[in-house]
Write a protein that binds this ligand. Sequence first.
Ligand code: NAD
Length: 675
Amino acid sequence: MVDTDVQSRIHELRELINRYNHEYHVLQQPTIPDAEWDRLFHELKRLEDENPDFITADSPTQTVGAAPSEAFEQVRHEAPMLSLSNVFSREGLNEWIARVRRFAGRDELEFTVEPKIDGVAASLVYRNGVFDRGATRGDGMVGENVTANMRTIRDLPRTLTSPNGPIPEVLEVRGEVYMRRSEFDLMNEAREEAALPRFANPRNAASGALRQLDARITAERPLRIFAYGIGMVVGQIPFKHSDTLALIRALGVPTPPDTGVYSDADELWAACEAWLEWRADLDYEIDGVVIKVNDTRLYPEIGTVAREPRWATAFKFPASQGVTVIEDIEINVGRTGSLNPLAHLKPVEIGGVTIRRATLHNQDEIRRLAVKIGDTVVVERAGDVIPKIVSVVEENRTGDEHDFIWPEHCPVCGSTVERVEGEALSYCVNASCPAQLREQISHFVSRGAMDIEGLGTKLARRFVDDGLIRSFADIYRLNWEPIVEMEGLGEKSVENLKRSIENSKQRPLARLLFGLGIRHVGQQTADLIAAHFGSTDAIAKATQDEIAAVPGVGKVIAQSLSDWNAEERNQLLLNDLKQLGLRTEIDESERQSTTPTEWTGLTVVLTGRLETLSRGDAEGLLKKAGARTSSSVSRKTDLVIVGDDAGSKADKARDYGVETIDEQEFLRRMKMDTD
Ligand code: NAD
């Protein structure tokens, strides 16, 4: 780039970042994902690093946050509240460690690792142990006085308690004000019932609540605080950051759990990765971890640059959101005949994966998002699930976008589309719709169901399209003549396929039941129903009430299964499958495990790390004993098994009066304890 191009790009980036900063910090309504902001910020930083003459003191790379709002009394921070530098990889972290060692003038250093909670930075000043003043970070130098609002935070102590020794005369605790996911969800549910708009995410909701002009509104919002350090101090505090955190905790201010101390770079990295793994299970959102030098006496030596200290850095987790354009919206017909809108996207990389498609769930979701074809959208990818569209970037509209017209007919077979009352999905009414059959067969042969190796989705669809398979039973009476001739299928793969189809006849009844793809009958439900009735014959005869009486099976499932039973062709199918030699009954060993136990029908939540069992094994045991496992605690939960470092699920269970037991007790009740 020539100088003028560089200068104008720098100018453009600063304008954009300032605008996004205002939306994020002041309005609490960001319009772009954080990863997109990070990308712009790093581009600006790189251009400025390469052209230091263009750096100005007001560039966002030199400043923190946004100016405090005039609606609040202004508070000057005695020690500036800074931002953090970022690293995105192990190499980045190693470079940071090398730099810190150089500045500290020594190789042996201890580091701490803490979660980087995604909330809003706050300063809490305690005088003689009494909470005196709360402030936001503002621009790092001057923040907003939000004392009255902070007094409403439920886990912020008004007075500090000191078990061992005196409390510093003045102690400024720094922390992150945030909302728990579970409490955020409850708040949103309540808002929806009161016809109020939902909040987009816990971070924006926390930031908005902390900066209310009326503390009574703040009091209604479920704010919490995690302290991660200190600012100004008059009095004695330990010189190690980890000891300071322990002191803060002892004084009664919550600090993040699991903050370890590491001197080995490999162990440090392993701790960062461990947090990445726990991320999805936490009841609070984190966007990374913060690594700090433990010996605070070295801080002046290591120093600070512009907006960030050199003695700390944030390892930012891979992005889960990105921005792209919807090129088209297509309707896929699922195995139950549901019409599933799928957005075709301009390919975008999110967290190292190229995303081309995202789900729009259903007609209501398209309406709620007010999304049009051609729109710029924010896409989110979480775990292995199909990415989804989160919001539309309305400012990017040019007028060329157009509405998506919801079809009145099935796009595959042309039959009428119906919407079941009380459900968000529309369905193609034609039970023999080829699209449904294709999806049903690929579900039937899939791993969780009949697990027919060699008959993947593609081949299953080909057999359907060639008319070789018209029902599940056809899989077991395939005409092999045309198949051996098929292009791309060698003799060996045909032999293997024959064998795996034959083997699949031995799959337990629950797997067969799940494979049938009856609406609402998922894996867990199929287990319960198979165990309760014991055979397809008994299931076929079961009335709706009998099905609903099975512990763990609700009315909706019972209705769906009895509707399925009522169709003659389904009865014929079950008969066919029996004649073809599939296992349509449970055997003796399964029957034994289905004798009711103290676990039968219980809803159990596992939280924290177990010492002797993996999560999967524990879930397997529970399931076998007849219990259902769930990932969240509600009033309907019967029991919570609490492992090490359990978070808020255990607290929530206690709040709800749900029984909690530890691992030893769990093993004892499972009759697995070794004592
Ligand atoms: P930052 O949020 O990345 O890091 C600094 C902050 O981390 C601190 O102020 C502190 O509040 C917080 N933090 C959480 N846990 C901590 C811990 N254990 N120890 C120390 N600090 C901890 O930096 P920033 O300058 O506040 O904001 C920049 C970030 O904000 C960007 O990376 C982006 O993610 C987001 N942002 C987004 C937009 C947008 O439009 N989407 C706009 C502006 C900023």
